[in-house]
Design a protein around this ligand. Structure first.
Ligand code: SF4
Length: 354
Protein backbone atom coordinates (compact mmCIF):
# COMPACT_ATOMS: atom_id res chain seq x y z
CA UNK A 1 0.00 0.00 0.00
CA UNK A 2 3.00 2.28 0.35
CA UNK A 3 2.22 5.48 2.27
CA UNK A 4 -1.49 4.62 2.55
CA UNK A 5 -0.58 1.74 4.89
CA UNK A 6 -0.20 4.08 7.86
CA UNK A 7 -1.82 7.29 6.64
CA UNK A 8 -4.36 8.91 8.94
CA UNK A 9 -6.74 9.35 5.99
CA UNK A 10 -6.61 5.77 4.74
CA UNK A 11 -9.23 3.14 5.34
CA UNK A 12 -8.53 -0.40 4.26
CA UNK A 13 -11.42 -2.01 2.37
CA UNK A 14 -11.73 -5.51 1.03
CA UNK A 15 -13.68 -6.51 -2.09
CA UNK A 16 -15.99 -9.52 -2.15
CA UNK A 17 -13.26 -11.34 -4.08
CA UNK A 18 -10.79 -10.72 -1.24
CA UNK A 19 -8.73 -7.96 -2.90
CA UNK A 20 -7.56 -5.14 -0.63
CA UNK A 21 -8.02 -1.47 -1.55
CA UNK A 22 -7.34 1.79 0.18
CA UNK A 23 -10.20 4.26 0.53
CA UNK A 24 -8.66 7.73 0.73
CA UNK A 25 -10.60 9.95 3.14
CA UNK A 26 -9.25 13.10 1.50
CA UNK A 27 -11.10 12.27 -1.70
CA UNK A 28 -14.41 13.12 0.02
CA UNK A 29 -13.77 16.86 -0.11
CA UNK A 30 -10.76 17.21 -2.43
CA UNK A 31 -11.19 15.94 -6.02
CA UNK A 32 -7.41 15.92 -6.59
CA UNK A 33 -7.29 12.71 -4.52
CA UNK A 34 -8.54 9.43 -5.97
CA UNK A 35 -11.17 7.64 -3.94
CA UNK A 36 -9.22 4.40 -4.47
CA UNK A 37 -5.61 5.48 -5.22
CA UNK A 38 -3.53 3.05 -7.31
CA UNK A 39 -1.25 1.19 -4.93
CA UNK A 40 1.44 1.44 -3.82
CA UNK A 41 1.36 5.21 -3.22
CA UNK A 42 5.00 6.29 -2.93
CA UNK A 43 4.58 10.08 -2.86
CA UNK A 44 1.58 12.02 -1.63
CA UNK A 45 1.29 15.58 -0.33
CA UNK A 46 -1.77 14.61 1.73
CA UNK A 47 -0.01 11.88 3.69
CA UNK A 48 -0.28 12.29 7.48
CA UNK A 49 1.30 9.48 9.51
CA UNK A 50 -1.19 7.85 11.84
CA UNK A 51 -0.34 7.62 15.52
CA UNK A 52 0.83 4.10 16.30
CA UNK A 53 0.10 2.68 19.75
CA UNK A 54 1.27 -0.50 21.42
CA UNK A 55 -0.69 -1.10 24.62
CA UNK A 56 0.73 -3.62 27.08
CA UNK A 57 -2.16 -3.09 29.49
CA UNK A 58 -5.72 -4.38 29.09
CA UNK A 59 -7.28 -1.30 30.68
CA UNK A 60 -5.08 1.00 28.59
CA UNK A 61 -6.33 -0.75 25.47
CA UNK A 62 -9.96 -0.35 26.56
CA UNK A 63 -9.45 3.32 27.33
CA UNK A 64 -7.61 4.04 24.07
CA UNK A 65 -10.43 2.40 22.09
CA UNK A 66 -13.17 4.16 24.09
CA UNK A 67 -11.49 7.48 23.31
CA UNK A 68 -11.54 6.76 19.59
CA UNK A 69 -7.89 5.70 19.31
CA UNK A 70 -8.57 2.09 18.31
CA UNK A 71 -7.48 2.72 14.72
CA UNK A 72 -4.03 3.67 16.01
CA UNK A 73 -3.51 0.45 17.99
CA UNK A 74 -0.92 -1.74 16.30
CA UNK A 75 0.04 -4.12 19.13
CA UNK A 76 -1.27 -5.43 22.43
CA UNK A 77 -0.49 -7.58 25.45
CA UNK A 78 -1.67 -11.17 25.92
CA UNK A 79 -4.26 -9.82 28.41
CA UNK A 80 -5.86 -7.28 26.06
CA UNK A 81 -9.26 -8.70 25.11
CA UNK A 82 -11.70 -5.80 25.11
CA UNK A 83 -13.06 -4.80 22.66
CA UNK A 84 -13.01 -8.27 21.17
CA UNK A 85 -11.40 -7.25 17.86
CA UNK A 86 -8.10 -6.25 19.55
CA UNK A 87 -7.31 -9.97 19.87
CA UNK A 88 -6.46 -9.84 16.15
CA UNK A 89 -3.58 -7.41 16.77
CA UNK A 90 -0.01 -8.71 17.13
CA UNK A 91 0.58 -9.89 20.70
CA UNK A 92 3.80 -8.53 22.24
CA UNK A 93 3.82 -10.23 25.66
CA UNK A 94 3.37 -13.62 27.28
CA UNK A 95 3.52 -14.96 30.84
CA UNK A 96 6.78 -16.67 31.77
CA UNK A 97 5.09 -19.58 33.54
CA UNK A 98 2.06 -21.82 33.27
CA UNK A 99 -0.96 -19.76 34.30
CA UNK A 100 -3.28 -22.77 34.14
CA UNK A 101 -1.79 -23.98 37.45
CA UNK A 102 -3.97 -23.94 40.56
CA UNK A 103 -4.30 -20.59 42.36
CA UNK A 104 -2.03 -21.87 45.16
CA UNK A 105 0.64 -22.99 42.69
CA UNK A 106 0.42 -19.69 40.80
CA UNK A 107 0.89 -17.77 44.05
CA UNK A 108 3.95 -19.82 45.02
CA UNK A 109 5.52 -19.41 41.58
CA UNK A 110 4.88 -15.64 41.54
CA UNK A 111 6.45 -15.26 44.98
CA UNK A 112 9.46 -17.37 43.98
CA UNK A 113 10.01 -15.36 40.82
CA UNK A 114 9.64 -11.99 42.55
CA UNK A 115 12.12 -13.07 45.24
CA UNK A 116 14.60 -14.33 42.64
CA UNK A 117 14.19 -11.18 40.54
CA UNK A 118 12.85 -13.25 37.65
CA UNK A 119 10.29 -11.69 35.29
CA UNK A 120 6.62 -12.68 35.29
CA UNK A 121 6.20 -11.61 31.68
CA UNK A 122 8.19 -11.84 28.49
CA UNK A 123 8.10 -8.77 26.28
CA UNK A 124 8.87 -9.33 22.60
CA UNK A 125 10.82 -6.13 22.04
CA UNK A 126 11.78 -7.11 18.51
CA UNK A 127 8.08 -7.22 17.66
CA UNK A 128 7.37 -3.97 19.53
CA UNK A 129 10.11 -2.20 17.57
CA UNK A 130 8.90 -3.74 14.33
CA UNK A 131 5.46 -2.23 15.05
CA UNK A 132 7.11 1.23 15.34
CA UNK A 133 4.87 2.63 18.09
CA UNK A 134 4.94 6.33 18.86
CA UNK A 135 3.11 5.63 22.11
CA UNK A 136 3.60 2.71 24.51
CA UNK A 137 1.00 2.15 27.25
CA UNK A 138 1.98 0.20 30.36
CA UNK A 139 1.45 0.42 34.15
CA UNK A 140 3.25 0.87 37.46
CA UNK A 141 0.48 0.00 39.94
CA UNK A 142 1.14 -3.72 40.35
CA UNK A 143 4.29 -5.79 39.75
CA UNK A 144 2.19 -8.94 39.35
CA UNK A 145 -0.98 -8.15 37.38
CA UNK A 146 0.44 -6.77 34.14
CA UNK A 147 3.59 -5.72 32.32
CA UNK A 148 5.48 -2.87 33.99
CA UNK A 149 8.14 -0.52 32.56
CA UNK A 150 10.67 -2.69 34.45
CA UNK A 151 9.55 -5.74 32.45
CA UNK A 152 10.10 -3.72 29.28
CA UNK A 153 13.49 -2.50 30.48
CA UNK A 154 14.53 -6.05 31.46
CA UNK A 155 13.73 -7.49 28.04
CA UNK A 156 16.69 -7.96 25.72
CA UNK A 157 17.30 -4.90 23.55
CA UNK A 158 15.67 -1.51 23.91
CA UNK A 159 12.42 -0.10 22.71
CA UNK A 160 12.38 2.93 20.44
CA UNK A 161 9.33 4.99 21.27
CA UNK A 162 8.46 8.71 21.53
CA UNK A 163 6.21 8.50 24.56
CA UNK A 164 5.46 6.03 27.36
CA UNK A 165 2.27 6.38 29.39
CA UNK A 166 2.45 4.26 32.56
CA UNK A 167 -0.94 4.15 34.29
CA UNK A 168 -1.04 3.73 38.07
CA UNK A 169 -4.67 3.63 39.15
CA UNK A 170 -5.26 2.65 42.77
CA UNK A 171 -8.67 4.25 43.18
CA UNK A 172 -11.61 5.53 41.16
CA UNK A 173 -9.94 8.93 40.97
CA UNK A 174 -6.81 7.16 39.73
CA UNK A 175 -8.81 5.40 37.02
CA UNK A 176 -10.17 8.76 35.89
CA UNK A 177 -6.63 10.16 35.87
CA UNK A 178 -5.61 7.22 33.67
CA UNK A 179 -8.37 8.11 31.21
CA UNK A 180 -7.12 11.71 31.18
CA UNK A 181 -3.49 10.57 30.65
CA UNK A 182 -4.40 8.40 27.68
CA UNK A 183 -6.64 11.20 26.37
CA UNK A 184 -3.75 13.66 26.50
CA UNK A 185 -1.38 11.21 24.79
CA UNK A 186 -3.94 10.64 22.02
CA UNK A 187 -4.60 14.35 21.64
CA UNK A 188 -8.22 13.72 22.70
CA UNK A 189 -8.64 15.44 26.08
CA UNK A 190 -12.27 16.33 25.38
CA UNK A 191 -13.13 12.70 24.63
CA UNK A 192 -11.52 11.78 27.97
CA UNK A 193 -13.72 14.30 29.80
CA UNK A 194 -16.84 12.90 28.14
CA UNK A 195 -15.87 9.30 28.94
CA UNK A 196 -15.29 10.14 32.62
CA UNK A 197 -18.62 11.98 32.75
CA UNK A 198 -20.38 8.92 31.24
CA UNK A 199 -18.75 6.60 33.77
CA UNK A 200 -19.69 8.88 36.67
CA UNK A 201 -23.26 9.23 35.44
CA UNK A 202 -23.68 5.46 35.40
CA UNK A 203 -22.31 5.11 38.94
CA UNK A 204 -24.51 7.97 40.19
CA UNK A 205 -27.60 6.32 38.70
CA UNK A 206 -26.89 3.10 40.59
CA UNK A 207 -25.91 4.93 43.79
CA UNK A 208 -29.21 6.85 43.71
CA UNK A 209 -31.23 3.64 43.42
CA UNK A 210 -29.59 2.07 46.48
CA UNK A 211 -29.16 5.23 48.56
CA UNK A 212 -31.76 4.52 51.26
CA UNK A 213 -31.41 0.77 51.31
CA UNK A 214 -29.72 -1.38 53.94
CA UNK A 215 -26.02 -1.64 53.02
CA UNK A 216 -24.94 -5.29 53.37
CA UNK A 217 -21.42 -5.99 54.61
CA UNK A 218 -19.25 -7.44 51.86
CA UNK A 219 -15.93 -9.23 51.63
CA UNK A 220 -14.63 -8.97 48.08
CA UNK A 221 -11.83 -11.45 47.34
CA UNK A 222 -9.30 -11.10 44.54
CA UNK A 223 -7.47 -14.38 45.24
CA UNK A 224 -8.46 -17.61 46.95
CA UNK A 225 -5.21 -19.43 47.80
CA UNK A 226 -4.02 -17.62 49.80
CA UNK A 227 -6.99 -15.35 50.41
CA UNK A 228 -6.56 -11.74 49.30
CA UNK A 229 -9.21 -9.08 49.84
CA UNK A 230 -9.60 -6.57 47.02
CA UNK A 231 -8.22 -3.13 47.79
CA UNK A 232 -7.57 -0.28 45.35
CA UNK A 233 -10.89 0.81 43.81
CA UNK A 234 -12.76 -2.31 45.02
CA UNK A 235 -14.22 -0.81 48.24
CA UNK A 236 -15.40 2.26 46.31
CA UNK A 237 -17.22 0.04 43.82
CA UNK A 238 -18.87 -1.91 46.65
CA UNK A 239 -19.99 1.39 48.22
CA UNK A 240 -21.31 2.68 44.88
CA UNK A 241 -23.34 -0.54 44.58
CA UNK A 242 -24.89 -0.01 48.00
CA UNK A 243 -22.65 -2.25 50.10
CA UNK A 244 -20.09 -1.83 52.85
CA UNK A 245 -16.67 -3.31 52.21
CA UNK A 246 -14.92 -5.26 54.98
CA UNK A 247 -11.24 -6.22 55.36
CA UNK A 248 -9.97 -3.68 52.82
CA UNK A 249 -9.49 0.05 52.47
CA UNK A 250 -10.22 2.17 49.43
CA UNK A 251 -7.02 3.29 47.76
CA UNK A 252 -4.86 0.74 49.62
CA UNK A 253 -3.21 -2.24 47.96
CA UNK A 254 -5.06 -5.54 48.04
CA UNK A 255 -3.84 -7.54 51.03
CA UNK A 256 -3.63 -11.13 52.24
CA UNK A 257 -6.25 -12.01 54.84
CA UNK A 258 -6.62 -15.17 56.87
CA UNK A 259 -9.72 -17.32 56.71
CA UNK A 260 -10.08 -16.61 60.43
CA UNK A 261 -10.40 -12.89 59.67
CA UNK A 262 -13.13 -13.59 57.13
CA UNK A 263 -15.01 -15.82 59.60
CA UNK A 264 -14.70 -13.18 62.30
CA UNK A 265 -15.87 -10.40 59.95
CA UNK A 266 -18.90 -12.61 59.18
CA UNK A 267 -19.92 -10.76 55.99
CA UNK A 268 -23.46 -10.78 54.64
CA UNK A 269 -22.01 -11.34 51.16
CA UNK A 270 -18.83 -12.93 49.86
CA UNK A 271 -17.90 -11.98 46.30
CA UNK A 272 -15.07 -13.99 44.73
CA UNK A 273 -13.45 -12.35 41.70
CA UNK A 274 -9.85 -13.56 41.31
CA UNK A 275 -7.35 -11.42 39.45
CA UNK A 276 -6.87 -12.69 35.90
CA UNK A 277 -9.64 -15.30 36.10
CA UNK A 278 -12.75 -15.20 33.93
CA UNK A 279 -16.04 -16.61 35.19
CA UNK A 280 -15.37 -20.21 34.14
CA UNK A 281 -11.98 -20.26 35.86
CA UNK A 282 -13.47 -18.63 38.97
CA UNK A 283 -16.12 -21.35 39.15
CA UNK A 284 -13.32 -23.87 39.59
CA UNK A 285 -12.18 -22.00 42.71
CA UNK A 286 -15.31 -23.20 44.52
CA UNK A 287 -13.48 -26.39 45.57
CA UNK A 288 -10.66 -24.29 47.11
CA UNK A 289 -13.22 -22.35 49.15
CA UNK A 290 -15.12 -25.47 50.21
CA UNK A 291 -11.90 -26.87 51.70
CA UNK A 292 -11.75 -23.95 54.18
CA UNK A 293 -12.68 -25.07 57.73
CA UNK A 294 -16.26 -24.21 58.59
CA UNK A 295 -17.00 -22.91 55.08
CA UNK A 296 -20.58 -24.21 55.06
CA UNK A 297 -21.37 -22.61 58.42
CA UNK A 298 -20.48 -19.05 57.43
CA UNK A 299 -23.35 -16.60 57.21
CA UNK A 300 -22.80 -15.81 53.52
CA UNK A 301 -22.86 -19.50 52.55
CA UNK A 302 -25.90 -20.27 54.72
CA UNK A 303 -27.81 -17.33 53.23
CA UNK A 304 -26.84 -18.27 49.67
CA UNK A 305 -24.95 -14.99 49.44
CA UNK A 306 -21.72 -16.15 47.80
CA UNK A 307 -21.14 -14.90 44.26
CA UNK A 308 -18.44 -16.00 41.83
CA UNK A 309 -17.47 -13.37 39.27
CA UNK A 310 -15.31 -12.59 36.26
CA UNK A 311 -12.45 -10.87 38.06
CA UNK A 312 -10.35 -10.47 34.95
CA UNK A 313 -12.60 -8.18 32.98
CA UNK A 314 -14.69 -6.49 35.64
CA UNK A 315 -13.07 -6.35 39.06
CA UNK A 316 -9.29 -6.14 38.74
CA UNK A 317 -9.06 -3.97 35.65
CA UNK A 318 -8.84 -0.21 35.95
CA UNK A 319 -10.53 0.54 32.65
CA UNK A 320 -13.86 1.31 31.09
CA UNK A 321 -15.71 -1.71 32.54
CA UNK A 322 -15.97 -0.10 35.99
CA UNK A 323 -19.65 0.97 35.55
CA UNK A 324 -20.52 -2.61 34.58
CA UNK A 325 -18.70 -3.85 37.70
CA UNK A 326 -20.82 -1.63 39.93
CA UNK A 327 -23.94 -2.84 38.13
CA UNK A 328 -22.84 -6.47 38.70
CA UNK A 329 -22.29 -5.79 42.41
CA UNK A 330 -25.66 -4.03 42.64
CA UNK A 331 -27.36 -7.09 41.10
CA UNK A 332 -25.66 -9.33 43.65
CA UNK A 333 -26.31 -7.13 46.71
CA UNK A 334 -29.78 -5.82 45.79
CA UNK A 335 -31.44 -8.50 43.64
CA UNK A 336 -34.91 -7.10 44.29
CA UNK A 337 -33.87 -3.74 42.88
CA UNK A 338 -31.89 -4.68 39.74
CA UNK A 339 -32.63 -7.07 36.89
CA UNK A 340 -29.97 -9.84 36.76
CA UNK A 341 -28.62 -8.55 33.44
CA UNK A 342 -25.07 -9.80 34.02
CA UNK A 343 -25.90 -13.00 35.85
CA UNK A 344 -24.57 -16.05 34.00
CA UNK A 345 -22.31 -13.85 31.87
CA UNK A 346 -20.16 -12.01 34.41
CA UNK A 347 -21.17 -13.60 37.69
CA UNK A 348 -23.04 -16.56 39.10
CA UNK A 349 -24.29 -17.63 42.49
CA UNK A 350 -22.16 -20.23 44.27
CA UNK A 351 -23.86 -23.66 44.31
CA UNK A 352 -26.49 -22.78 41.72
CA UNK A 353 -23.59 -21.78 39.39
CA UNK A 354 -26.09 -19.70 37.40
S1 SF4 B 1 -3.86 11.11 1.59
FE1 SF4 B 1 -2.39 10.07 0.22
S2 SF4 B 1 -1.35 8.60 1.53
FE2 SF4 B 1 -3.18 9.26 2.62
S3 SF4 B 1 -4.75 7.76 2.09
FE3 SF4 B 1 -4.95 9.43 0.62
S4 SF4 B 1 -3.67 8.79 -1.10
FE4 SF4 B 1 -3.06 7.50 0.62
Amino acid sequence: MGLCADCLHARRVESQRGSTFCLCGRSADDPTYSRYPPLPVLRCSGYVPRQRIVSLLASGTEIACALGGGDALVGRSHECDNPEWVRELPCCTSPTFDITLSSGEIDREVRRRLKAGEPLYDVDLALVNELRPGLLITQTQCAVCAVTPDDVARAAGSVVVDQVVALSAGSLAGIHEGVRSVGRALGRPEAAKLLIADMERELDWIANRVRDRFAPRVVLLEWTDPLFSTGNWGPELVAAAGGRSLLSEAGQYSAAVSWGQVVEADPDYLVVAPCGFGLERTRREASVLEALPGWSETRAVRLGHVALADGNRYFNRSGTTIPETVRILAEILHPDCFEPTWRGRAWCAYRTQA
